[in-house]
Write a protein that binds this ligand. Structure first.
Ligand SMILES: [Zn+2]
Length: 105
């Protein structure tokens, strides 16, 4: 049996770190563009990378929030696809996994 309290703390820490990272990225994205045209091109490329990273972070945050809700509802570790228990090894690697390896494929 895995330690839910520990996993919950881990998820909450990760959630906090991601939220901070997102607000940093949003701050960077809101910065004024430089007046120099070639610098602007670089800035736009950076922004595309930032936006992609931000989207990934947001997806992870949503997955973490869903996992925390499942913990509160006592359904954490149960596959939302087939209802079987999710393998503990999978949950160790991906603590916010909502589906077992078979359903996720
Ligand atoms: Zn399943």
């Amino acid at each position: 049996m895995m330690n839910i309290t520990e996993t919950k703390q881990l998820l909450e820490r990760r959630h906090k770190a991601l939220s901070e990272r997102i607000s940093d990225m949003e701050g960077a994205l809101r910065q004024e563009h430089s007046a120099n045209f070639s610098e602007q091109a670089i800035e736009r490329e950076d922004e595309e990378v930032l936006e992609r990273l931000e989207k990934e972070a947001l997806d992870e945050i949503r997955a973490i929030e869903a996992a925390l809700q499942r913990m509160d509802a006592d359904t954490y570790g149960v596959c939302t696809g087939c209802g079987d228990d999710i393998d503990e090894k999978r949950l160790k690697i991906l603590p916010y996994a909502s589906r077992c390896i078979r359903c996720a494929q």
